[in-house]
Design a protein around this ligand. Structure first.
Ligand SMILES: NC(=O)c1ccc[n+]([C@@H]2O[C@H](COP(=O)([O-])OP(=O)(O)OC[C@H]3O[C@@H](n4cnc5c(N)ncnc54)[C@H](OP(=O)(O)O)[C@@H]3O)[C@@H](O)[C@H]2O)c1
Length: 326
């Protein structure tokens, strides 16, 4: 299969490009800066210049492809305007589908997020749970889904939407904050830790994306892709401590002073466009339950996560150590 991957200079897209390449697909990736894709070029993946906000570059990149995996996105960063999120996370989905149509690409697999559901009131949530995006990132990811469906209906391009939950694995920097702090015995544990946490190992996710691209009946469908195990935050921290061979954190701190400090830091930093040292979303991490039901992906795609948390966290910590990240 000829596959175009966007976002391959990032964590998930890079894993996906390598996974498809290893499986024998002919893989092309777009890069805004080709120096970010040298490791991919080195193993024979084709790297072409491209920007999700530049239609001409996407049109060129789509030529001759069977499937496009749209993994690129703009994540939360203090200095970004709402219009920048919208351009990449929503408008570019439409442009990509239109370019797919023009280039004769059969299917687009679009990576969204379980974040479109916002806070989960009744875990585990499935694909029909209410949509409650809580910030500009989640709002524009939801808009990307909605505009993408309209564009697919208009053009006849097959669209499959994947909504991963928190992605972890070698090379990830977001959950590094949790794993690294626990592994160094420096984890500041806020709250009682009884909330649910549901991670997705990047290798399982890449398998899920490939199923989205290849299972005929997936056209037009939306799938939550998440790992096979749900734990409480207490269990996740205890497991990580055990793997890292450090004692688990004993002390739990009250949430509200940190939440108030987060609100104050955000207010102070926002006018200067700088990243606050502590912000409310980071504090929310300790209070919001996230657990998802992957029955639809299991039944319709044959999605079967294989990486256990123990194995996945172990491999991730090993990678962090080898690369001097912890
Ligand atoms: N990480 C998670 O826990 C998580 C959870 C649920 C869903 N997701 C979704 O999963 C996907 C991958 O997430 P990630 O954490 O792996 O992302 P990431 O590491 O932050 O990578 C983002 C990628 O998007 C690219 N990109 C941003 N703006 C672009 C533009 N204008 N044109 C072309 N490329 C652009 C970046 O390219 P540059 O190198 O040029 O910046 C980079 O390759 C995203 O769609 C995200 O919404 C992530």
């Amino acid at each position: 299969m000829n596959a175009l991957v966007t976002g391959a200079t990032g964590f998930t897209g890079g894993h996906l490009a390598r996974r498809l390449h290893a499986a024998g697909d002919r893989v092309r990736v777009i890069a805004r800066d080709s120096s970010h894709a040298t490791d991919l070029a080195r193993i024979g993946i084709e790297v072409v210049p491209g920007d999700l906000t530049d239609r001409e570059s996407l049109l060129r990149a789509a030529a001759g492809m069977d499937v496009i995996y749209n993994i690129g996105a703009l994540y939360r960063a203090a200095s970004l305007k709402a219009s920048a999120y919208r351009a990449v996370n929503a408008d570019a989905v439409v442009t990509l589908i239109e370019c797919a149509k023009a280039a004769g690409v059969r299917r687009v697999v679009h990576c969204s997020t379980v974040g479109v559901h916002g806070d989960i009131e009744h875990p585990p949530a499935n694909e029909d749970a209410p949509m409650r995006p809580g910030d500009v990132y989640q709002e524009t990811k939801l808009l990307g889904e909605q505009l993408g469906r309209e564009a697919a209906a208009r053009t006849g391009v097959e669209l499959v939407i994947a909504r991963p939950s928190g992605i972890y694995g070698p090379g990830d920097r977001r959950l590094l904050k949790l794993f690294g702090a626990v592994a160094r015995g420096r984890f500041l544990f806020l709250g009682n830790g009884r909330i649910f946490y549901h991670l997705t190992h990047v290798a399982d996710l890449c398998d899920g994306f490939r199923l989205c691209a290849t299972v005929p009946g997936a056209a037009g469908r939306t799938y939550i892709l998440a790992g096979g195990e749900v734990t409480t935050l207490n269990e996740l921290v205890a497991l990580t401590s055990d793997i890292a061979r450090v004692p688990p954190p004993r002390r739990h701190w009250p949430v509200w002073p940190f939440w108030a400090a987060g609100a104050a830091c955000e207010a102070l930093c926002a006018p200067f466009g700088i990243e606050p040292p502590i912000f409310r979303r980071r504090v929310d991490f300790f209070t919001k339950s996230r657990a998802f039901d992957i029955s639809r992906a299991r039944a319709e795609l044959g999605f079967a996560p294989r990486v256990s948390l123990r194995e996945g966290i172990g491999r991730t910590l090993e990678w962090y150590r080898e690369h001097g990240w912890i």
